[in-house]
Design a protein around this ligand. Structure first.
Ligand SMILES: NC(=O)c1ccc[n+]([C@@H]2O[C@H](COP(=O)([O-])OP(=O)(O)OC[C@H]3O[C@@H](n4cnc5c(N)ncnc54)[C@H](O)[C@@H]3O)[C@@H](O)[C@H]2O)c1
Length: 358
């Protein structure tokens, strides 16, 4: 077993329910001065037996694990604060520097999760985690520069997360891009880029995160579930005029979700898509320079509209709930999917009634 395989196993054995983080230290596993709270292991392949022996004489998990001559791993229990709903969980949010992703990362951090913000935008991503870590909570945030359209970059994200926190419980594949256009305007290069980010990116996230999760499932008990969640869209449930590159990738994402769900349920990994309606408060719509409201006003797309507010109202009126989707609506769906053990392979609409399943 290499260290990326060993850490998730130690994390599960040291807590039985993932409520610890494990950090690999720089020390190379010198056991000469090991304390009574340290578990010394000759070889990583003997982890299960050695932990079983430890629990025969102690009800507490070790504070440290030394794998002789190889590694020293420190174990830190997570502190439950108030009524937090996912304390101690390790959660990756791709595209977590901005928009829905930043909102999801912030809300889940408040719910006690350790958060990994994985984004192309290093500057904003670093600001984001500084803000979270500045709150002084016991849970922590990490930034890993990631391009979800590159499989090596996603594999590196999973390795960095494992080395830092000891494992991974929830992968939120949120990073996505939108370049609208009909058949006459859409060039093959833009189509390929959107497909790579929105569709293949989700495959890479599921491929590499499930590796770590499968190890965790081998070393945890039957009540321990993990989640892969894709932030999809209402455009993944219904075609979108002059926006086929986006809708096609999102429809494909639901096919991946259903198929991954069938493959991964035996490892207690649930896979679900969340399908939000339009996020009118986000930059895509509300950017004062080039947001969709400004673009649609200039293009006269909404008959009779004279102001941005007129355009906004026109779109809000198409939603039975009379407003756009907010971060908190998406977060509630995420928490539902995580807490609900008996749900996998679903596309959960969060559209204020604008899109309904049939
Ligand atoms: N905005 C909406 O109205 C809306 C509605 C439904 C669903 N969604 C979905 O929600 C998700 C987030 O959308 P948003 O509107 O918050 O987007 P956004 O543009 O505000 O933010 C996207 C983030 O992803 C990052 N990103 C872009 N390409 C990346 C890549 N290749 N690798 C890593 N990070 C990358 C960006 O740097 C940015 O931080 C997307 O999947 C989108 O399809 C958005």
């Amino acid at each position: 077993m290499n260290i990326i395989e060993t850490l998730p196993a130690v994390r599960m054995l040291a807590s039985k329910n993932g409520l610890v983080t494990c950090h690999l230290t720089d020390e190379k596993g010198d056991a000469t001065d090991a304390k009574s709270t340290t578990l010394v292991i000759d070889d990583a392949t003997e982890l299960k037996d050695t932990f079983a022996d430890w629990y025969k004489s102690s009800s507490e998990a070790p504070e440290c694990v030394i794998i002789k001559g190889k590694a020293k791993i420190e174990i830190e229990p997570s502190k439950v604060v108030g009524r937090q709903r996912i304390t101690g969980r390790v959660v990756i949010v791709t595209g977590g520097a901005q928009g829905f992703g930043a909102g999801i990362a912030t809300e889940l951090f408040e719910e006690g999760a350790n958060i990994v913000v994985a984004d192309l935008n290093e500057e904003v991503g670093m600001e984001m985690i500084d803000k979270l870590n500045g709150k002084g909570y016991s849970n922590k945030a990490l930034f890993v520069k990631t391009d979800v359209s590159n499989p090596d970059s996603v594999e590196n994200l999973i390795n960095e997360t494992t080395l830092h926190f000891g494992g991974l419980d929830v992968m939120i594949s949120n990073a996505g891009i939108l370049r609208a256009g009909g058949l006459d305007e859409m060039d093959p290069k833009t189509f390929d880029l959107m497909t790579k980010v929105n569709y293949a990116g989700y495959f890479y996230c599921a491929k590499y995160s499930s590796k770590v999760m499968k190890i965790q499932s081998q070393y945890s008990d039957d009540s321990y579930y993990m989640d892969i969640l894709q932030i999809n869209s209402k455009s993944g449930l219904k075609g979108s005029n002059r926006n086929f590159a986006y809708a096609g990738g999102k429809f494909g994402g639901i096919g991946l979700t259903q198929s991954f769900a069938l493959e991964l349920m035996p490892d207690r990994i649930k896979v679900n898509s969340i399908c939000p309606g339009n996020f009118f408060d986000g930059l895509l719509w509300s950017n004062p320079e080039n947001g969709l409201f400004v673009q649609y006003l200039k293009a006269g797309k909404v008959p009779g509209a004279k102001t941005i507010e007129d355009v906004k109202q026109f779109y809000e009126n198409q939603v039975p709930a009379k407003r756009g989707c907010r971060v908190i609506d998406v977060v509630r769906a995420i928490l539902y999917a995580i807490e609900q053990e008996y749900e996998t392979g679903q596309a959960i609409p969060v559209t204020g009634g604008q899109e309904m399943l049939r």
